[in-house]
Design a protein around this ligand. Structure first.
Ligand code: TXA
Ligand code: MG
Length: 329
């Protein structure tokens, strides 16, 4: 498609949200901040607009999108809630939880959003700009992460521009995102709670509401027909190789550290970023994608990554890092 001028709109500017809302209503795609990562939004009921998301991202069309709405009430117009999903929504919305639910056939959502599935992924975001954009436009907004397909998700407007400048209508710049990893995706089917993607709401938080252990879904993943394409083996990938659980660095390696001892190893590395000096998984999650982007540069053969404990958001961080380290196809 023809290159376009991508407007970088400062959220502080008067009328910024209204401008982006008008673009979305006109069938354009525009990126906006959520509390997890930046999303690439389009009107979920406009098939042509949704097609532009796939085109801009270079995303395989089988990969369904998350729809962002203002409230549980708005979500109930689109999907059917079982009692446990409703409890999750009441506990975590607005917030970093996406629920996969049976789609109502009266919802009017483009089948490109669901990639033809009879379920839909829904989320009520907490970021004030995302909320204002949904309310001002009056739309249900389909929005995957605002990166080129297979790349690391964007946590700043500059990351979005680096991937999508000239391919989308606008980016609403609201600064760095607070959580820094994508939402947790959950599907309840009968008695079965499936954790489809680790993310901003930890497994422990979900278990506290469900009142029972929740096992992460570990299906045999067929990359050609994934259950949840967040489960693609190689995903969230920087260009440099990624070496996990590193307690040293080699020549040409950058070092991604965690905890108070990281700077010692980091001082020997070709480049160094600390995820959290005080060893806080939430702070590390917020820094993860920006740090990977900064370390992923010419001359760096690999990024050696310190071990991250599997606590709280540590599960989501380790999930993204395992994908970044997976063999590339
Ligand atoms: O935090 C987030 O979730 C961000 C912000 C923008 O909301 N969005 C995001 O979207 O990460 P995306 O498209 O990069 O990831 C959406 C994930 C994909 O793994 C997709 O396969 C899964 O949601 N998904 C969407 N609809 C689904 C469905 N009906 N069943 C199972 N998985 C679904
Ligand atoms: Mg994504």
């Amino acid at each position: 498609s023809s290159p376009k001028t991508t407007l970088l709109i400062d959220a502080e500017d008067v009328g910024s949200v209204e401008r982006v809302a008008a673009l979305l209503k006109a069938g354009e795609v525009a990126a906006f901040p959520t509390e997890t990562v930046y999303g690439l939004g389009a009107n979920a009921r406009d098939g042509k607009a949704v097609a532009r998301i796939y085109e801009a991202k270079g995303r395989p069309s089988f990969n369904p999108l998350i729809v962002h709405v203002a409230s549980l009430e708005a979500a109930e117009e689109i999907a059917t809630f079982d009692p446990l999903s409703r409890r999750f929504a009441e506990a975590f919305w607005p917030g970093a939880l996406t629920l996969v639910l049976p789609l109502k056939d009266t919802a009017g959502i483009s089948s490109l959003v669901t990639a033809g599935l009879d379920t839909i992924a829904l989320r009520v975001p907490a970021h004030p700009l995302a909320r204002r954009l949904i309310e001002t436009s009056g739309l249900a907004i389909a929005a995957p992460s605002a990166n080129r397909s297979g790349r690391v998700s964007p946590t700043t407007a500059a990351h979005v521009m680096a991937d999508l400048d000239g391919r989308i209508a606008a980016v609403l710049d609201g600064g760095s995102t607070r959580i820094g990893v994508e939402s947790t995706i959950v599907a309840v089917t009968g008695d079965d709670v499936r954790l489809l993607r680790h993310g901003g709401v930890s497994r422990g938080d979900l278990e506290a509401i469900a009142g029972r252990p929740i096992i992460a879904d570990q299906p045999v993943v067929d990359d050609a027909a994934p259950i949840s394409p967040g489960l693609l083996t190689s995903h969230y990938a920087p260009k440099a190789r990624v070496r996990l659980n590193a307690d040293d660095v080699r020549a040409d390696e950058a070092y991604l550290g965690f905890g108070p001892v990281a700077s010692e190893i980091g001082s020997q590395a070709a480049a160094f970023e600390s995820l959290s000096e005080r060893g806080d998984p939430a702070e590390a999650a917020a820094n993860l994608f920006a740090a990977l982007r900064r370390l992923d540069r010419p001359g760096i053969a690999a990024i050696a990554v310190a071990p991250i404990p599997q606590e709280g958001l540590g599960e989501a961080i380790n999930d993204r890092l395992a994908r970044a380290a997976a063999p590339r196809s």
